[in-house]
Ligand binder design. Sequence first.
Ligand SMILES: [Zn+2]
Length: 582
Amino acid sequence: MRDFARRYPLFWVYLFFLYFSAVPQLLIHISGMSGTVGLRQAIIMSLLWLVPVLVWPRAVRAYSALLGVVLWAASLVGFSYWLVFGQDFSQSVIFIIFESNAAESLEFVSSYLKPWHVLAVLGFSAVPVWMWRQITVPVLTVRYRSRLAVALVLVVGWPFWGSLLVKQEGLDKSRYHQVIRMEPAAPWNLVFGYMKYQDQLAAMESILDKNRQVPPLEQLTEQQPDAEKTLVLVLGESTNRQRMSLYGYDRETTPLLDAMQDELVVFDDVVTARPYTIEALQQALSFADSNNTQTFFEKPTLINMMKQAGYEVTWITNQQTQTRRNTMLTTLSQMADHQVYLNNNRAQNASQYDEDVLAPFGQALSDEARKKVIIVHLLGTHRKYDYRYPASFRHFSGREGVPNWVDDGNLEEYNQYDDAVRYNDFVVSSLINSLKGTPGQTLLMYFSDHGEEVFDYPEPFCGRNEYDPSPAMYTVPFIAWANSDYAKANDFQGWNKFRHRPYSTADFIYTWADAAQLDFASFEPQRSLISDGFKAMPRLIGDPDNPQTLRDYSAVFPRGDVWSELAQESVGAGREKPGKGG
Ligand SMILES: [Zn+2]
């Protein structure tokens, strides 16, 4: 080793710098929390530290000692976080740290600390000290050094240069590309983490500020306002109802919900307006729709509405709290009275099981408020599917029930998606079961933000694309469960008459208000799925920023229900991608 260090002094210094970023990333990868992206980025980004060595080789020992201390301190944060919580450190953690009070955080951390953690930290710190002692001055020609330095700057900065000069995406976007690539490397994990935290906090505050100026709903009234009520809204993720046995899928992917079918109202013609989480929920949880997206900022949200009606609102989420994409969701959660953030991973591709919501859900149920709304946001069946469920839920492996066109290369992912749906069945039914015994009127509604195409058609595709839509991306499960107190007060059984109504979750706030027995001046019964005044309306899909792309779902997929019948017969028979007519 010592010989190696002396023979390749420059490479050795590089390994020294790499150590601080690569070890935490490697541990995260080995423990199955995440893929190799973070590790690969750490390998590239650590090259940057060689540039000063190339400029002034003789200062290598002093320079590497100084930088080493900085990198060590920064990486120790990520390392310890992994050690204690088994998760990747990210700006979400910074968010959580600043959001909770110091005493709470300390108590929380100390309850996890174990004596061997101290040994692990010592070991983690001893290795670089030993490495540093082997560092020697690299002897290189000026010409070689200057060329290599320029090459390294180009390689490390490629996300920025490539985006700015080749793809011409502008300064902001280029800078963003660079930042996300550098984030897994120390000390950028802390620096950018903190900067992003600040940015997102500012964006969030400005939306919340606007939201506080929004006038309340006029003439808001509630039937039986003094009754004890618990209303639960479960938001699913990427679950296509056509892959649920509850909706007729051949494979038994929802055995637990199937078993309680008599207690449920299963709405079977509900679609989302957008196949993307934020955009879909922004419409579902506010009065905005694809024709009026700005309404989100101008009128009360579902959370504002429930608080105005005197409900205590708790938001429990297993989705990432702080990413550039999720700012809007976290903002919504901040409108609630209580928040429980369970997922602080930097990558969405990290194992995080939805059963984690059950304990905080139980706690929220035992809260003493008489009128409660609990919103549970699941990770559901989001890609990567095999990260969504524990090994004990591996169920589908062969080709049984799989359409012929799914080739062997895609079979595993097809099966994993069905496994994820089956695990989601366990989580949703567990939430329903834990509601049983809750006093007063109790209602739970569950729908998924959007669907997902997972090799549902002969043309192999996995994912979602608004510009190449398919029913699999839009058809979502939508079910309701109520206890007998609620059922009596609201003619819950009568909702079964409405099961086949064509509906878009863009109008969900009206259904929810109706289910909560609320009325207000701007209430529109024709938009409530459970109202006698309901009227079927065009269900717009498409991109509101490109209004000419907005079209009625039924016109784009005129075969509608006929198609789902076809889907049932299709296993092995060659299911056709439904025609985009009209
Ligand atoms: Zn989603």
